[in-house]
Every structure is written in structure tokens, then in C-alpha cells.
Design a protein around this ligand. Structure first.
Ligand SMILES: [Zn+2]
Length: 444
């Protein structure tokens, strides 16, 4: 007998949306049928609601002992679970994940305290750690984060060397792409200003474009799969598109804050919207939506990187004193459903592809994650596409207690999250205990 049967759902399958039922056995999807599945141990009638694969957010910062006042595995993964996200890949913030002991420590902590399944990116890579790629890969981590700019800048020659190594383990190099030479030049006089907009003005489209062009140029020589993190500009999208047209093994992501806000919003939100790369213009925002629809931008991840109110508040007097980053993992799905699907910018199938299937595929988790099909992990998120509400930090699970999307009206929201057959969140309330989440070793 199946452990759980979900009935009366609109199921988003790779082949399209069908009315049907799903049975779950031992944490895996057993059968998918239009009707007639045998009775399960437990049954849920989802009442015609939509069922998508659990969301895979490949860019979150949950883990850094120095910054556990901002978020930790338990608070971050609670937010993920409530927001319909069942798998996260944790990106290093400041504490390096570059050696077997540091990896083991992160895995141990995550296994004890995460509610959702998780993996890790190695980083932040430096010239000294290029030699550790093979060792890191042996621990099940095959993505490596590198910066073309401060504070973890690696020269392009070192990035090339890294890419040769990463290619040899068939991994992915993840790049924060803003060219330091251009950033330094543009910062010049702006450094004397202290208002929020000065920060946004200091990080230009040109810096992003140049770095992306340089990095994708290196894929020709190295053949290394390369993922451009958080693309923010139309010119950045064009650079990615040209590289893909040449057949370069390049993928790209953007984040909800770049799809929703422009730098003008910093006039209201000030340091709370300080992010790196910075927010750009209205036309860049429009270009990102177009690129997402075309598939030039492959995925949406959140770059969930909260800072406390106290830390952010310092930026009103001097923007350079505030840390960059916003929380986002819990609002990813409602925002993309509302601004993407409800507003007709993306179909539901396109959205599922860019927040579930594609991220799982790019980072070696597919078909275990990211898809509803027989044999996959039973990671399912049930959506109410008609539910309208306002986003309020009071209802979210972030440790920092604020969201840049406060007050935003959304249509469409997750109502239940299932991970490996177990309900982990129901009606926005987390009902699974820390430690349920598994570490996922990846061989991409
Ligand atoms: Zn990040």
C-alpha cells in the first residue's frame, strides 16, 4: 500500500499539466495516474489545486558561524519549507568551504538543523584553493564559486586555471561577474558620496558585461560548465545569449529582487535594497523578464542573504557601511507566481522549469529532484493560484524579521510543502523538525 496518495490535483508534469493523482512510497513518487490509484495509508484531496515539483533554490546563504545572527540552517530552511522550497544549495558567505574538515562541519550542522534537503557550493575560491578542486569534488561538491571582483577577486588568469580543474571533475564554475577594473574606476568620486543611490551608481552594466564576456570567453579554452550568478542587466543577458549561440557551456540566473525593483526603489528602501550586483534600470528589469522567457536566463534563484535591521540601518548615514543582500527564499514562489505567471510573463510550465527542473539539472540533482515523475523523490509543492494576499514579514520565518517585498500584493501562493513524502509545511506553518533535511552529494 502507498504511504500517501494525493488526489484531485492539477499536476505539472514535463509533458504538460494534467488532472490526476500521485502515490508516494518510501519517500519516492510511486505512480502518477489520471484516476483509480489504490487507496493509500494516508490520503489527501488537494481540491483541484496545482501540484509542482518542490522548488530548488541553488543560491542561498544560510550558513556562516560569524553571521548566525542573520540566518542559520534552521531559520533559513524553515523559511524555505514554508515558501515551497524543498532543496537549497548553500553558498559560502565569508567562512570558506574549501577543505574536507570545513565541508564535514557544514554537512554535520546542516544534517542536524536543516528542515529541507541541502547541498553546498565550494568557495569562495582563491588562487590558493585551486589545487583543492579534486579533493572537494570527492566530498560530493561539484560547484565552485569564484568572483571577478572584490572582496574575493580572482584574476581572469586564475579563473581560467580554476576552470581547467573544474572541467576535469566535470563540475560547474559559478561566477560573480562584475569586472573589478571597471568597478574601481567608476567608484572614484562616488566613494565620497554616502547616499544609497551612490552604491547603485557605482556598479554599472558595463562592469557586468565585461566580466561576463571575459568569463564566457574562457569556456572556449577550458570547456568548463560555467554558471553566471545573478545577472542584472540587458547587456549581461546579451552577452550570455551570444555565448550560448556559439555553443558555450554557459548558464545564467537572475533573482526576484532584480525582476521587481530598480535602483530608484533605493530612494524609499535605502540600504535595505543594497545588493551586489546592484539594482539597475527599468529597461534592464524588462530585459531580464524577456531573457527569462526566452531561456537566455535559465533559472531564478534568490541569493538569499539577509542582514539585520541594525546592520542595514547604518547605511542611511553612510551607504558603504551597510552589508549587501536581501532575504528572499520564502517569497520566491509567491512573487514568481504573481509577477510571472499571473501577469502572463511566463507560463506555469516555464516557471516550473526555471525554479525546479533546470536548477536541479544544472547542479546535478536531476532527476532525483526538480521533476514530478515516477522514481523521483516525492518533493511536491501544492499551490493555490487564486489566493491573493499581501506579503508581510510578520508571517515569514526569517531571523531578521524584514523583507524588501513588504506590502506587495501577490496572487498565487504555496499552501503545502512535501519533502520525500513527508509534509514539512502546511498553510505557511512549518510542521517538520530540524534535522529532517538530508545532505545531497552531487556529481554533475
Ligand atoms: Zn550570493
Amino acid at each position: 500500500m502507498a504511504d500517501l496518495v494525493l488526489r484531485n490535483g492539477k499536476i505539472v508534469l514535463p509533458s504538460g499539466i494534467v488532472d490526476g493523482e500521485i502515490s508516494i512510497e518510501h519517500g519516492k513518487i510511486g505512480r502518477i495516474a489520471v484516476s483509480g490509484l489504490p487507496k493509500g495509508d494516508k490520503e489527501i484531496d488537494v481540491g483541484g489545486k496545482t501540484i509542482i515539483p518542490g522548488v530548488v533554490d541553488v543560491h542561498v546563504h544560510f550558513y556562516d558561524k560569524r553571521f548566525s545572527n542573520r540566518e542559520d540552517f534552521t531559520s533559513g530552511s524553515s523559511a524555505a519549507a514554508a515558501g515551497g522550497v524543498t532543496t537549497v544549495i548553500v553558498m559560502p558567505l565569508d567562512t570558506p568551504i574549501l577543505s574536507i574538515p570545513s565541508i564535514e562541519k557544514a554537512i554535520e550542522l546542516g544534517s542536524k538543523s536543516s528542515i529541507v534537503d541541502f547541498s553546498l557550493h565550494a568557495g569562495n575560491m582563491s588562487p590558493d584553493s585551486i589545487g583543492s578542486v579534486l579533493e572537494i569534488a570527492s566530498a560530493g561538491i561539484n560547484s565552485f564559486k569564484a568572483f571577478t571582483c572584490e572582496p574575493y577577486q580572482m584574476g581572469y588568469d586564475y579563473i581560467q586555471e580554476l576552470m581547467f580543474r573544474v572541467r576535469s571533475v566535470d563540475g560547474v564554475t559559478v561566477v560573480h561577474a562584475e569586472d573589478q577594473e571597471i568597478l574601481s574606476k567608476d567608484l572614484g568620486q562616488l566613494r565620497k558620496r554616502k547616499d544609497p543611490l551612490a552604491h547603485a551608481m557605482s556598479r554599472t552594466s558595463e562592469a557586468e558585461k565585461r566580466a561576463i564576456e571575459n568569463v564566457v570567453g574562457l569556456t572556449g579554452r577550458t570547456g568548463c560548465k560555467t554558471h553566471i550568478a545573478h545577472v542584472t542587466t540587458g547587456e549581461g543577458c546579451d552577452a550570455v545569449e551570444k555565448a550560448k549561440a556559439r555553443g558555450a557551456p554557459v548558464s545564467a540566473e537572475t533573482c526576484p529582487h532584480y525582476l521587481i525593483f530598480t535602483k530608484e526603489d533605493m530612494e524609499i528602501w535605502g540600504p535595505y535594497l543594497k545588493v551586489n550586483p546592484s539594482l539597475k534600470s527599468d529597461s534592464d528589469r524588462a530585459a531580464l523578464w524577456q531573457a527569462l522567457k526566452r531561456g537566455t536566463i535559465d533559472i531564478v534563484s534568490t541569493d538569499h542573504a539577509p542582514a539585520t535591521r541594525e546592520e542595514k540601518e547604518k547605511g542611511w548615514a553612510d551607504i558603504w557601511q551597510a552589508p549587501a543582500g536581501v532575504p528572499g527564499v520564502e517569497t520566491l514562489l509567491p512573487i514568481m507566481l504573481s509577477e510571472g505567471v499571473s501577469k502572463g510573463r511566463l507560463t506555469l510550465e516555464q516557471l516550473v522549469n526555471c525554479i525546479c527542473t533546470k536548477p536541479a539539472t544544472l547542479f546535478g540533482l536531476y532527476p532525483r529532484k526538480g521533476v514530478i515523475q515516477e522514481g523521483a523523490d516525492a518533493d511536491l509543492t501544492i499551490l493555490d493560484l487564486n489566493c491573493e494576499k499581501r506579503i508581510s514579514a510578520d508571517e515569514l520565518h526569517y531571523k531578521v524579521g524584514w523583507t524588501p517585498f513588504e506590502g506587495m500584493r501577490v496572487k498565487g501562493t504555496p499552501v503545502m510543502t512535501i519533502l520525500r513524502g513527508s509534509i514539512i509545511a502546511d498553510g505557511g506553518e512549518v510542521i517538520q523538525s530540524p534535522g529532517y533535511g538530508h545532505f545531497l552529494a552531487r556529481w554533475v
